[in-house]
Design a protein around this ligand. Sequence first.
Ligand SMILES: CC(C)(COP(=O)(O)OP(=O)(O)OC[C@H]1O[C@@H](n2cnc3c(N)ncnc32)[C@H](O)[C@@H]1OP(=O)(O)O)[C@@H](O)C(=O)NCCC(=O)NCCS
Length: 183
Amino acid sequence: MIRLIKPHPDYLESVLKGIEEYESDTTAFHMIRPVHDMIEAKHNHFKDYFNRLNNEENGINLQPNHVKQTTFWLLDDDQYVGTIALRHHLTPMLRQSGGHIAYQVIPSKRRKGYMTIGLKLCLDEAAKLGLDTVLVTCQEGNIASYKTMHRVMVQMGGYEDTPSDFDGHQVRRVWISCPKGDN
Ligand SMILES: CC(C)(COP(=O)(O)OP(=O)(O)OC[C@H]1O[C@@H](n2cnc3c(N)ncnc32)[C@H](O)[C@@H]1OP(=O)(O)O)[C@@H](O)C(=O)NCCC(=O)NCCS
């Protein structure tokens, strides 16, 4: 079963294998900060990592211009396959680039449909926070990310916004509807 969980020490063995893959990946178009944080945790201390995630989710000691964020690990049965971070709301900067959701899959599990499912599971989590729609962004040229967000947008509803010009890059921006219901 494919599911999202809040990061938990029970899965560290599998996560450490994933981190090894991230570290030796030269193909990634982009490394998201939540994955960078996992790599840092491997070299420092996972206890600090778990504390930091808890603080980020609860708005404690946030860095300037950062918003509350919940990080999830995407598991297939008990195997770690990716990381997703959900920001609870947008700032003017996140509207231009970054959006609500950041995602990354370990290289050996890409193009198997994992993030299509992961992103949809994350929409359920966004709905629980009261969000009706989420913004997902990627740099122009990140075909894998664009196709993932676009595919989920077609399935769930939403629209593609005008690209933004951010930090010298064109950024594609897609709004995706969250499921409705009594979450
Ligand atoms: C973006 C990413 C998370 C996609 O995860 P994934 O699990 O491989 O995606 P899926 O298998 O669900 O694929 C979804 C769609 O993207 C397409 N796709 C995935 N990787 C692709 C690639 N390298 N080239 C072209 N299309 C690709 C799939 O074919 C599918 O499209 P389809 O509906 O037309 O068949 C993954 O490529 C990744 O981790 N990239 C590095 C980190 C990154 O760029 N994160 C996003 C930052 S904005």
